[in-house]
Each structure stands twice: as structure tokens, then as C-alpha cells.
Ligand binder design. Structure first.
Ligand code: SF4
Length: 102
């Protein structure tokens, strides 16, 4: 396990807090939000490639995926609270910092 500097630890703690708030604001319980934020912490620490849709530029209005469309061409509603690999994922924001959930 990599040892974090004080600055990295503070950034990770702030990211955890910010993510929990986003997830709770979007409907998860406190416990669910905490668990998912923990998973993202582990992902960041281990350099994993899994993502949540909240980190993706194709998530519109925090609910619809504009990249993956249904048979009628309409945006789909992905499971935004699952840490997963998505072939269509594109990082949100040009100045994105890895620990952020935008
Ligand atoms: S492209 Fe993939 S990661 Fe991005 S919003 Fe759609 S389903 Fe989520």
C-alpha cells in the first residue's frame, strides 16, 4: 500500500466527503453513500480503472447517458451508483483531478 503525503490524504478525505454528499443528494442512504465513497477511495489508491457515471462527461442531468442510447435513439438511464468499467466512459472536465466526482 502506498503511503500518502499529508496533502494527498487531505485531498482524499475531501473527495470522500464530496462524493458522499453527491451520492446522498442523488438518493443513496448515508451508509450506501459511505460505502461507495470507500470503494472509490480504494479504486484511487489502487489505480483501478472502474468508474461511476458521475465521473463521465456523458452523464447528463445526473441521470441520463447521452452516449449509450436505446433502440429509438433516446438517452438511457445507467445505474449511476455502480463502480464499473464502461467502454464509452469519457472523463468529465478538462482539468479533472482523479479524486473528484464532478
Ligand atoms: S458512457 Fe458509460 S460511464 Fe458514461 S454515463 Fe454512459 S454508461 Fe455511464
Amino acid at each position: 500500500m502506498k503511503v500518502m503525503t499529508d496533502e494527498e490524504l487531505l485531498a482524499a478525505i475531501l473527495a470522500h466527503q464530496r462524493r458522499r454528499k453527491v451520492f446522498q443528494d442523488e438518493g443513496l442512504s448515508h451508509e450506501e453513500a459511505y460505502e461507495l465513497a470507500d470503494d472509490l477511495w480504494d479504486r484511487d489508491e489502487n489505480g483501478g480503472e472502474e468508474r461511476v457515471c458521475f465521473e463521465c462527461r456523458y452523464l447528463e442531468g445526473k441521470k441520463s447517458c447521452t452516449k449509450i442510447r436505446d433502440s429509438q435513439g433516446n438517452p438511457t438511464n445507467p445505474d449511476r451508483f455502480v463502480l464499473q468499467r464502461c467502454d464509452k466512459f469519457k472523463l468529465k472536465g478538462k482539468n479533472y483531478v482523479a479524486v473528484r466526482v464532478s
